[in-house]
Structure formats: C-alpha cells, structure tokens
Design a protein around this ligand. Structure first.
Ligand SMILES: Cc1cc2nc3c(=O)[nH]c(=O)nc-3n(C[C@H](O)[C@H](O)[C@H](O)COP(=O)(O)OP(=O)(O)OC[C@H]3O[C@@H](n4cnc5c(N)ncnc54)[C@H](O)[C@@H]3O)c2cc1C
Length: 289
C-alpha cells in the first residue's frame, strides 16, 4: 500500500475532479466492506481512495415524486431504519438485510454492493426488479442509467473511472404491488448466494398480474433480468400453471459456474424452485396492498 493517498472530499464535484486527475488505479470508498478486504488480501492496489461519505447527496434517503431517492452510500442500517421506504419496497429491504452481519450493514451501501460487481450481490436483484435508476455524476455531467446496465461482468461495471453513483431512484408504487428477494445459501448466516431471486409484481383489482419483473443473481456473470420469467406471470392470476412456467423460464435463463457452493445443474434447479417461492411471497405482499 506504498504511496496510497486517501481523500475525503465534501462535494461531488471535488470527488469527480480527484478521480479524473489520478492516472493510477483508484477506488471509491463508501462502506469499505469490499474495498478494504480486497486491499488487505492484495487483490487490488489503488493509488487513490476517494471516501465519499462526507458528501451529503450520497447519504440522504428522501421521498421524491411519489418514490424514494436513496443515496448510493446510505448504509444498510440507515435503509433498514427508514420506515416508509421499507414499507413501499420490502423486497429491496430483503436484499439489504441479507448483506453480511449487523456490523457489516452498519457500513455497507447499495452503491458499493452494485459497483463491486459480484453476480451474487444481494441488494442488486431487488433493485433491478424495482426498476431502480442510478444517478451518475462524472466529468461530463450527470446522467441516469437503469441499474441493470451497470454490472458488465464479475468485478466490472459500465462506469468510467471518474464516475460516481450518487443515488438510486425507486419509483412510485401502484396499488396492489409487492416485491420480494430470496437467496439460497448452504449456511443460514454470512454466506454468498448460490442463487438469489428478486420478483416485483402488480395485480389489478381482480387479482390478475398486470406487470412483473424477475431478476436472478449468482447464476451468470452478472445479475440477469429475465423477461421470459416475467412474461410467465403477466396476464395470469399467478396460479400453479403460471408458477410452473416461471420456474422453467428462470432455470432456462441460468448460465452458472460450478464451484464449491454448487454445481451448474444444482444452481439451475434451485433457481426454478426459488423463483417460485419468491413470486409467491411477492404475491402475498401485493394482495396486502
Ligand atoms: C463479512 C462480510 C460479509 C459479507 N456478506 C455479504 C452478503 O451476504 N451479501 C452481499 O451481497 N455482500 C456481502 N459482503 C460484501 C459487501 O459487504 C457488500 O458488497 C457491500 O454492500 C459493499 O458496500 P460498501 O459500501 O462497503 O462498498 P465499498 O467496499 O466501499 O466499495 C465497493 C466497490 O464499489 C465501488 N463504489 C462504492 N460506492 C460507489 C459509488 N457510489 N459509485 C461508484 N462506485 C462505487 C468502490 O470503488 C469499490 O470498487 C460481505 C462483506 C463482508 C466483509
């Protein structure tokens, strides 16, 4: 870590300028629960760490246009303590609550979870099924990008070196909407998902599904938004036949690896089972709204 420079700017503009001016490897430091571990194990050797936690815009959680704007560096615990956000988006909360331990969630952020680029990142499937849009600032200005366009491979994002995710916008909820995220892990605590599934759906007054999004984690190089799985639910009452189609579509979309947590075949099977269970939970929540 020789020559490592640490900066903690108080504005977004200053943070962008620091990142743009550094010619060597850089990292943004939000909670540091990935970055510090990776530095300690020599996986990365940044020349510059830009700590963004002193920048107000990346820490706030505010209601906006009927939805919520969640700062990219708001911690898991801050998100969990925001009652209105948790009520509107219980599936997003499911994902955040699964990140590490209480201590880890005291620091870990959704921006870091997304930009670390793990296909197994627990908050990402539910953010994608929510239709969350990331606000990004860089030297060329501010722009907005759907969350699913940010991860491009394990450890890789579509962000330029000088770009920072400022916040995520979670849109307003139509009536009778529900979302859920479930993961399967060999252990109950502090483990990495073998498969993670996010489902977000909306029902009409007769109980028919009018909109759905389904995302799968840990079964491909990036989290997958699976249109065929959503299409299996839309226009149905989410009965057994629709759930069978959903499970088949989820399994068919998987492109997993073999590793110590499970074989390809195992992950493909679990993805179908978990998609069904997660859709049933999202359905129960939608019926309560
Ligand atoms: C013990 C332990 C258990 C864990 N368990 C889980 C788990 O169960 N599930 C899970 O998903 N993860 C888990 N993690 C991983 C980690 O906690 C999460 O990925 C966390 O959300 C990372 O957030 P952070 O704020 O700490 O990110 P940081 O470590 O600060 O940053 C991570 C990466 O994102 C980039 N970055 C951060 N913020 C931004 C931004 N606003 N804009 C652009 N780039 C940014 C950084 O440059 C860096 O590359 C665990 C980690 C530990 C140490």
């Amino acid at each position: 870590m020789e020559g490592l420079r640490y900066e903690a700017p108080e504005t977004l503009q200053a943070a962008v300028a620091l990142l743009a001016a550094e010619s060597g490897p850089t990292r943004i430091l939000a909670g540091g629960t990935d970055v510090i571990v990776q530095m300690e194990t020599d996986l990365i050797e940044p020349q510059l760490l830009v700590d963004i936690k002193k920048i107000p815009e990346v820490r706030q959680i505010v209601a906006e246009n009927g939805g919520f704007r969640v700062g990219a560096a708001a911690t898991g615990m801050e998100i969990m303590q925001h009652a209105a956000l948790c009520k509107a988006w219980p599936g997003v909360l499911d994902g955040v609550k699964l990140i590490g331990s209480i201590q880890v969630r005291g620091r870990a952020s959704m921006g870091g979870n997304l930009c670390n680029g793990s296909p197994a990142a627990d908050s990402v499937p539910a953010l994608i099924t929510a239709g969350a849009v990331a606000r990004i600032i860089g030297k060329s200005g501010v722009h907005e990008v759907p969350v699913e366009q940010i991860p491009v491979g394990p450890g890789k994002t579509s962000l330029a070196k000088d770009e920072i995710i400022v916040s995520f916008f979670l849109p307003p909820r139509p009536a009778r909407s529900g979302d859920a995220y479930q993961r399967f892990t060999p252990r109950t605590e502090m483990d990495i998902a073998v498969v993670g599934v996010g489902v977000n759906l909306t029902l009409d007054a007769n109980g028919n599904c009018t909109a759905a999004r389904v995302a799968l984690g840990a079964v491909a190089p990036t989290v997958l938004l699976v249109k065929a799985a959503a299409d299996a639910l839309i226009g149905t009452r989410i009965d057994e036949a629709a759930l069978d189609k959903l499970a088949a579509a989820a399994s068919a979309a998987c492109r997993p690896i073999d590793d110590k947590r499970g074989t390809k075949e195992y992950r493909i099977k679990v993805a179908g089972v978990l998609a069904r269970r997660t859709a049933q939970q999202a359905l129960e929540r939608a019926r309560q709204n």
